[in-house]
Design a protein around this ligand. Structure first.
Ligand SMILES: [Zn+2]
Ligand SMILES: [Zn+2]
Length: 207
């Protein structure tokens, strides 16, 4: 410790100021991506975003591709700053921008239960009665809580319209009965008349 201190004192020069962004190939596999929370393997391109905090200054790392999907403005700023060494093989910015576009589309298409859709095949089974749901039949997607050991997750499940009422009463069902119709109307991407048809098949949920 003492030795380190004296070395630091001898050098006396202030640490070089860190740039706000740094793109590099990960020098080890020890950093974690702040976006996807997974390890960044050695050699993978990562984006460091400088964080100046009360306990010091350092980079928070993201996979470059994860950063593109979730915080493109930082990636664009890093490219504008040329925040990487000459000769580092970084993908063209247009490619990262395309990633972001796709990710935004995916987010927009992500559907929240409850909603109604047409069953794309005859392969799904109703999680309430266990019977198959016919191809093109209107099926209702609800949220169910499931646990794996100590982990609890909410997952979408498919049920027949006629099984919705029973499923909503099950204790694992996370879709509330209150406001069910309004939610379905809001979340479904089918024509209103089709949604009405499904809701008619669901029947009266009160009483
Ligand atoms: Zn990541
Ligand atoms: Zn059913």
């Amino acid at each position: 410790m003492a030795e380190e201190d004296s070395t630091a004192a001898q050098q006396a020069a202030p640490e070089p100021e860190l740039a706000p962004y740094l793109i590099e190939a990960a020098r080890s596999s020890r950093s974690k991506c702040r976006t996807c929370r997974r390890k960044i393997e050695k050699g993978k391109l990562r984006l460091g975003i400088l964080l100046e905090g009360p306990y010091g200054t350092g980079y928070l790392w993201h996979h470059l591709t994860c950063a593109a999907r979730r915080r493109l403005e930082d990636v664009e700023a890093a490219y504008a700053d040329q925040a990487f060494e000459d000769g580092l093989a970084v993908p063209p910015l247009s490619k990262l921008q395309a990633l972001e576009e796709n990710a935004a589309k995916e987010r927009a298409n992500r559907k929240e239960p409850p909603y109604v859709e047409r069953s794309p095949s005859g392969r799904s089974k109703c999680k309430n009665c266990g019977e198959a749901i016919a191809k093109d039949a209107l099926r209702v997607v609800l949220a169910r809580e499931i646990s794996f050991g100590s982990q609890v997750r909410v997952t979408p499940i498919y049920v027949h319209a006629g099984c919705v009422r029973a499923e909503l009463q099950s204790k694992d069902c996370m879709t509330p009965t209150d406001g069910f119709e309004e939610q379905v109307r809001q979340n479904s991407r089918l024509e209103a008349s089709v949604v009405n048809e499904a809701l008619a098949a669901v029947g009266d949920l009160e009483g």
